[in-house]
Design a protein around this ligand. Structure first.
Ligand code: MV4
Length: 456
């Protein structure tokens, strides 16, 4: 096992990784930018290194500084968390070159899943259902038009280097497609330095359902069920739950097997997430694979009882998967109860604009079935340079109804003053009959926020 792990991140996920290391008896190194000098993750770690100024490119994305910090402190592994360098194959490669262990999948696996068209092709070849569309990048407007005639409108153009909804455009006819192709190419070139696009049939009202997978260095790969993530605004998840109200044990079995097949195709090691679009008729399609631990991993932890971050570290150190029974034919994966995560952002809940400032009052709820992952404290000045996630409230109950009731109770007792937060938004969401009944697609939240009473 490792003696010392460098945590290449900040905020709640840095604290979460430090917690896992502490339980495993591993020493920790925190890194921080100048504005994060007083951040909680710095306090929680055994030692810390300042890696640069506030701008992420100068600190948390600065590979040279991070490698130097690891070498100076004698760390033997690096955990990237999510965001920042978590899906940077180059960083993973450099670490391995200087003899540090990367807590994550191989650079090859990251690369193959990072290019969205290659990822889809890999999934398809592994027998995983994919959305009808171009077999690879589309070379020209003419090619796009020809293909769209065949698969039928509406179609969606997606950037090969995109992901998470960035670089997508819908076209309802040939005229729209020709215009969209030109625009999307320029946009993708500007945003990702890669103008390549691929084309798909556009699904009108899908759900976003993702499967948590885990692989070890001995070649075993298992799934830990799904997370329902359809409630999003501008491709930002607002709340997530497990299990999904739309997934039966039979469907879970099928989606789990498909996710494992996709992961196996790239010899996946560590924690990964296979994202699917689930159509109203129960058909599901591979969308992308995230090669990192995700923000919403706690809902899976709550319904499995497993510590996914500890498992990432164990697996990186070469140990076999330790999940009891999972992946055996006799007693396969079954979620226990129901978990919901509410993302509490330092944002104006009406305008969704960041609300930086100093936290003057903080009361964090507790009690049965309540977990809060946060790096916030009274007096903490939230820097404006990073994302606005302030806390994650995760509730667990024996049933979805119990989890919803615990969510409401905990949100009512959650007090943050000094900055605006999304707590009032969550309380309003809990009153919406569609949310209470689990009836929603990826379109629901934005319609509801626009004042429409969405049908699904
Ligand atoms: C789609 C789609 C409909 N049809 N692909 C958005 C994120 C990126 N991973 C892919 N996304 C979508 N791909 C086809 N062929 C609709 C979305 C989509 C979406 C997906 C998941 C969660 C929220 C979403 C919001 C808008 C669009």
């Amino acid at each position: 096992m490792f003696r010392k792990v460098l945590v290449a991140n900040r905020g709640e996920i840095a604290l979460r990784i430090i917690a896992a290391c502490k339980e495993l008896g591993i020493a920790t190194v925190a890194v921080h930018s100048t504005v994060d000098r007083d951040a909680l993750h710095v306090e929680a770690a055994d030692e810390s290194v300042c890696i640069g100024p506030a701008a992420p490119s100068a600190s948390y994305l600065n590979i040279t500084s991070l490698v130097a910090a690891a070498e100076i402190t004698g760390a033997d592994a690096v955990h990237p968390g999510y965001g920042f360098l978590a899906e940077n194959a180059h960083f993973a490669e450099i670490l391995e070159e200087v003899g540090l262990t990367w807590v994550g999948p191989s650079p090859e696996a990251i690369r193959r899943m990072g290019d969205k068209s290659t990822a889809k092709d890999t999934a398809k070849k592994a027998g995983v259902p994919t959305i009808p569309g171009s077999p690879g990048p589309v070379g020209s407007t003419e090619e796009a038009l020809k293909l769209a005639e065949r698969i039928g409108y509406p179609v969606l153009l997606k950037a090969v280097a995109g992901g998470g909804g960035r670089g997508m455009r819908v076209a309802r006819n040939g005229k729209e497609l020709a215009a969209a192709f030109e625009l999307a190419t320029v946009e993708a070139e500007r945003a990702f330095s890669n103008g390549s696009l691929y084309l798909e049939k556009y699904l009108a009202e899908p759900r976003h359902v993702e499967i948590q997978v885990f692989g070890d260095r001995l070649g075993k790969i298992v799934h830990l069920g799904e997370r329902e993530c359809s409630l999003q605004r501008r491709h930002q998840k607002v709340l997530e739950e497990s299990p999904s109200p739309a997934v039966s044990p039979e469907l879970r079995e099928k989606m789990g097997a498909a996710a494992i097949a996709a992961a196996r195709a790239v010899d996946y090691v560590g924690a990964g997430t296979v994202e699917f679009l689930l159509d109203q008729d129960g058909s599901f399609y591979f969308m992308e694979m995230n090669t990192r631990i995700q923000v919403e991993h706690p809902v899976t932890e709550m319904v499995t009882g497993f510590d996914l971050v500890k498992e990432q570290i164990r697996v990186a150190a070469g140990e076999p998967l330790s999940f009891p029974r999972v992946g055996t034919a006799k007693d396969d994966f079954r979620p226990r109860g129901h978990a919901i995560e509410f993302r509490i952002n330092a944002e104006d809940p009406e305008k969704f604009t960041p609300s930086p400032g100093t936290i003057t009052t903080l009361h964090v709820p507790g009690g049965p079935g309540v977990r809060v992952d946060t790096a916030a404290y009274i007096g903490w000045r939230i820097p404006p340079h990073y994302d606005s996630l302030l806390a994650k409230l995760i509730v667990h109950g024996q049933t979805r109804e119990e989890a919803l009731a615990r969510g409401r109770r905990a949100l009512e007792l959650f007090v943050v003053e000094g900055v605006k937060t999304t707590i009032p938004l969550h309380l309003r969401l809990l009153d919406a009959p569609d949310v209470r009944h689990g009836r929603f697609s990826t379109k629901w939240l934005e319609r509801w926020l626009a004042g429409e009473t969405p049908a699904a």
